[in-house]
Write a protein that binds this ligand. Structure first.
Ligand code: FAD
Length: 510
C-alpha cells in the first residue's frame, strides 16, 4: 500500500518535475473518480474529455473517512468495480491510497495538469475535505470543477417554501422534488477519451506505471485475507455493464409487480441496484429515465410511481445527511439521547450470526452475511427486532450493516436506522414493532426465503416453520429437529420484550 510522505519530503521531487512540463499538460485534466465508477452520464469525465487529455485517478482515502472507512463487503465490491472501470479505461486508471488532501495537490503539480475535476459526494467528511482541497488546488493556480453525478436533485435544491429543509418524506418528495423539476436526462459516454501517457517517473516512491490498472488495485488490498467472499462472487457482478444489465432485467421482469411484489423477499420484484447506485456504476438519472420509458411502453404507471418514490427515499436520505451532518451518530430527536438501551453482547452476537431462534430474522442476517445484501422488508424486520425486542442501541445495527452490506451508504444507512429506532426525522413511530413471526407468515408464506437461508429448518411444514418454538413435539421430531441443538431456542420472548420496549419508550417521553 502506498503511504503518504510529508509535504516537505515531496518538495524536492515536485519542483524538479514542474520544471519539465509535458507538451500535453496545459490541456490535461485530472479526473478524480470517487462514487461515480462509470463512463456514461459522468459529467466530470465528460467535461474533462471535451477539454483535452485526461488522467483518471482513484484514491482510497481511509484517513479522512476515519470511522466511516468502507467495511469489508464494500471493499470487496470496490475491488471488482475498480477493475472493470480500469479495463474500460485501458488500464490507465491511476490507483492510490492515503490522504487525498495531501496526495492530489502534489500529483496535480507533478503532472502539470491544468484542471482537476470530480463529481460531488455528500458525506460530511468528504464535503469538508473536498472544500479544503479545492482551495489548496486553486492556490496552486489549478482550475477545479465539480458536478452532480449521483443525485437527482442537489440537497440544497429541494427546500420548503421558507427555504428550510424538509423533515418528512412525503412533502419532500411530492412537493419539493416536484417543484425542483424533472431530473435532467442522462448523457452518454464521452465521444472520445484521450488518456495521457504518464511520464516514466516516480510518485511517492513508486513508478507511476506501477500504480496503474490491476497492480495499483491489488496494492489497495481490498479483498479479504480469509476467503469469505465465495457466495458474494456467485451473487454479484460489479461494474457499469453489469449495472445496465441488472436494470434491463428488472425493467423486463420485476417492475410489472413492483408495488406489491417488493414486499416479498423471495420474489424477483426488487431491482437490487443499490450497490451499483452507491458506487455510481449507474446513475439515478439513468435509472429514473429508463424506468419511465419502460413503464410508458408497458402501461405500468402505478408500479413506476412506487419505484420512483423509492429513488425519492434515497434523495431524502441524502438531504437529511446533508442538513444534519451528525446523522450517523446523533438521534435527530434529541430525547432519544437518553434512551435506556440494554447491553447484551450475547444477544447482539446471536442477531449478527442469524441465531436468534426467529427464522425470518435469521434468514435475513444470513442473507446479509452470505451475499452482502438483505431485502428491504427483512432489513426492517431485523432492525426492529434488534432495537425493540433486544433493545440494543441502533448504532450496533448501523455498524454491522456498514461492515456487511455491499450497498453500505452513509446517508441511507443512517437514515434507515434512525427510522427503525423511531428517533429520526420522519421515523416509524416507536410503538411500531415488527413481529417477525407474523411478518414471516405474511410475506414469506411458503417459506421459500427461510428455507434458502435457514436450511436446517427446511423439513418443517409451512405451518410451523415461521415459529419452530411453537411447533408440537411430534412435528419437530418428524422433521428431525431438536431445538437448542439443530436450531436455537428464541433469544427473547416477543410479547414481554415488546412490552418492555414500550415501557422504556414511555419513560422517555414522560
Ligand atoms: C435498517 C436499514 C438499513 C439500510 N441501509 C441501506 C444502505 O446502507 N444502503 C442503501 O442503499 N439502502 C439501505 N437501506 C434501504 C433499502 O433497504 C435498500 O436501498 C434496498 O433494499 C435496496 O434494494 P433494491 O436496490 O433492490 O431496492 P429497490 O426496491 O429496487 O429500490 C430502488 C432503489 O431505491 C433506493 N431505495 C429503495 N428503498 C430505499 C430506502 N428505504 N431508503 C433509501 N433508498 C432506498 C435504493 O437506491 C434502491 O436501489 C436500508 C434500509 C433499512 C431498513
Amino acid at each position: 500500500m502506498l503511504h503518504v510522505e510529508k509535504p516537505s519530503e515531496l518538495h524536492t521531487k515536485r519542483s524538479l518535475l514542474i520544471n519539465s512540463p509535458n507538451s500535453e499538460s496545459s490541456a490535461t485534466s485530472l479526473v478524480w473518480f470517487r462514487q461515480d465508477l462509470r463512463l456514461s452520464d459522468n459529467p466530470a469525465l465528460q467535461a474533462a474529455c471535451q477539454q483535452g487529455h485526461i488522467i483518471p485517478v482513484y484514491i482510497l482515502d481511509d484517513v479522512h473517512a476515519a470511522d466511516w472507512r468502507m467495511g469489508g463487503a464494500s471493499r470487496w465490491w470496490l475491488h471488482h468495480s475498480l477493475q472493470t472501470l480500469s479495463d474500460s479505461l485501458n488500464h490507465k486508471l491511476l490507483v492510490l491510497s492515503g490522504d487525498a488532501l495531501e496526495i492530489l495537490p502534489v500529483l496535480a503539480r507533478q503532472l502539470g495538469v491544468a484542471q482537476v475535476v470530480w463529481n460531488r459526494c455528500y458525506e460530511p467528511w468528504r464535503i469538508k475535505r473536498d472544500s479544503q482541497l479545492k482551495t489548496a488546488l486553486q492556490d496552486q493556480g489549478i482550475t477545479v470543477r465539480s458536478f452532480n453525478a449521483s443525485l437527482l436533485w442537489e440537497p440544497w435544491q429541494v427546500l420548503k417554501e421558507d427555504n428550510t429543509p424538509y423533515k418528512v418524506f412525503t412533502p419532500f418528495y411530492r412537493k419539493g422534488c416536484k417543484r425542483a423539476g424533472e431530473p435532467p436526462q442522462p448523457s452518454g459516454k464521452p465521444a472520445s477519451m484521450n488518456c495521457r501517457t504518464l511520464p516514466d517517473e516516480e510518485f511517492l516512491g513508486h513508478r507511476l506505471a506501477d500504480l496503474q490498472g490491476p497492480d495499483g488495485i491489488a496494492a489497495l488490498s481490498l479483498l479479504p485475507s480469509i476467503p469469505w467472499d465465495s457466495t458474494m462472487r456467485e451473487t454479484w457482478q460489479p461494474g457499469e455493464d453489469a449495472a445496465q444489465t441488472r436494470l434491463s432485467e428488472f425493467l423486463e421482469t420485476g417492475l410489472d409487480d413492483y408495488k406489491e411484489g417488493r414486499n416479498f423477499p423471495a420474489r424477483p420484484n426488487v431491482s437490487r441496484l443499490s450497490p451499483y447506485l452507491h458506487f455510481g456504476e449507474i446513475s439515478p438519472r439513468q435509472v429514473w429515465h429508463q424506468a419511465c420509458a419502460s413503464a410508458l411502453a408497458q402501461n405500468q404507471d402505478k408500479q413506476l410511481d412506487t419505484f420512483l418514490s423509492e429513488l425519492g427515499w434515497r434523495e431524502f436520505s441524502y438531504s437529511l445527511l446533508y442538513h444534519n451532518p451528525d446523522l450517523p451518530e446523533q438521534p435527530i430527536q434529541q430525547k432519544f439521547a437518553n434512551f435506556p438501551w440494554q447491553q447484551d453482547k450475547e444477544a447482539l452476537r446471536a442477531w449478527q450470526r442469524g441465531q436468534t431462534g426467529y427464522p425470518l430474522v435469521d434468514a435475513g442476517m444470513r442473507e446479509l452475511w452470505q451475499t452482502g445484501y438483505m431485502h428491504n422488508r427483512v432489513r426492517m424486520v431485523v432492525g426492529s427486532f434488534l432495537v425493540k425486542n433486544l433493545r440494543q442501541h441502533w448504532h450496533h445495527g448501523e455498524a454491522w450493516f456498514w461492515d456487511c452490506l455491499v450497498d453500505a451508504d452513509l446517508a441511507s444507512n443512517s437514515t434507515s436506522w434512525q427510522w427503525i429506532a423511531g428517533c429520526g426525522a420522519d421515523a416509524a413511530p416507536y410503538f411500531r414493532v415488527f413481529n417477525p413471526v407474523t411478518q414471516s407468515e405474511k410475506f414469506d408464506r411458503q417459506a421459500e426465503y427461510i428455507r434458502r437461508f435457514v436450511p436446517e429448518l427446511a423439513t418443517l411444514p409451512d405451518k410451523y416453520i415461521h415459529a419452530p418454538f411453537a411447533a408440537p413435539a411430534n412435528v419437530l421430531q418428524q422433521a428431525g429437529i431438536v431445538l437448542g441443538r439443530d436450531y436455537p431456542e428464541p433469544v427473547v420472548d416477543l410479547k414481554t420484550s415488546r412490552e418492555d420496549a414500550l415501557a422504556a419508550f414511555k419513560s422517555l417521553s414522560a
